[in-house]
Design a protein around this ligand. Structure first.
Ligand SMILES: Nc1ncnc2c1ncn2[C@@H]1O[C@H](COP(=O)(O)OP(=O)(O)OP(=O)(O)O)[C@@H](O)[C@H]1O
Ligand SMILES: [Mg+2]
Length: 243
């Protein structure tokens, strides 16, 4: 079953056309890596998928929701579609547990005890059970990012979007965040991730999508795509970007 359908999406900022007719389909449980040069439209595409940006034309369906402007519909969509950014955006004056419990308490009709149980469960998933009562500034960058992922998971999303979640981290901390994402993938989460970690994309993503100048330039099963790029643009990108 398709969990994400993007059909001929166009998006401009003023005179600048950033997405020029993008289409892709992600099946349930698939992991898509979005790669491409800076400015190719990766973040914009991701942001369109949960309504942070409005498309000019085209159709997006995600986690059973048709993307539309109605704020109520958007709120419903966002309980099923988690997004995590490079910056963790945790509330510094709230503990880890409180950060995670905030959204479910507001959006979902659950008791405090239930949200506590959910928070403990998702913290365990990201390997941070013992940090429930810590404040964000008492954690490393990698730990904070894992809390940000846990916070998204607390909403029980059907689809997770990740935009360069490891870009601000040292290699060692990057590794611990990637391990959490790999675990999520093997648990069957449908995921789309923008990443510069080519090794991770090749190993974990079922498909990789190479964006270039606002279009999907190449797309295919990750291993084949990296091993045999068909276009000179992807060949060049893979050569210059492999760490
Ligand atoms: N809110 C905005 N207003 C105007 N222009 C924007 C806006 N957001 C993005 N752009 C422009 O759209 C283009 C694509 O940006 P986008 O952030 O999607 O690229 P990207 O592929 O994610 O790049 P990077 O790898 O650097 O994150 C860029 O030229 C950018 O300047
Ligand atoms: Mg980006």
């Amino acid at each position: 079953m398709s969990e994400v359908v993007v059909e001929n999406v166009h998006k401009s900022f003023g005179a600048l056309e950033v997405l020029k007719g993008v289409s892709l389909t992600v099946e349930r449980g698939e992991v898509f890596a979005l790669i491409g040069r800076s400015g190719s439209g990766k973040s914009t595409l991701l942001r369109c998928m949960n309504g942070l940006e409005k498309v000019n034309s085209g159709r997006i369906e995600i986690a059973g929701h048709r993307l539309e402007a109605d704020p109520k519909a958007l709120r419903r969509l966002r309980t099923d579609v988690g997004i995590v950014f490079q910056s963790y955006n945790l509330f510094p004056h709230l503990t880890v547990g409180e950060n995670i419990m905030l959204a479910p308490r507001i959006v979902k009709d659950v008791t405090k005890a239930e949200t506590q149980a959910i928070a403990r469960e998702v913290l365990q998933l990201v390997g941070l059970s013992e940090k429930f009562d810590f404040y964000p500034d008492q954690l490393s960058g990698g730990q904070q990012q894992r809390v940000a992922i846990a916070r998204s998971l607390a909403m029980r999303p059907k689809v997770m979007l990740f935009d360069e979640v490891t870009s601000a981290l040292d290699p060692e901390l990057t590794e611990e965040v990637l391990m959490v994402m790999e675990q999520l993938a093997s648990d069957g989460m449908t995921m789309i991730l923008v990443t510069h970690e080519m090794g991770f994309a090749r190993r974990v993503a079922t498909k990789t999508v190479f964006m270039h100048k606002g279009t999907i330039w190449e797309e295919g099963p990750s291993k084949g795509l990296f091993a045999n790029p068909r276009t000179p643009e992807l060949r060049q990108f893979v050569k210059s970007d492999v760490k």
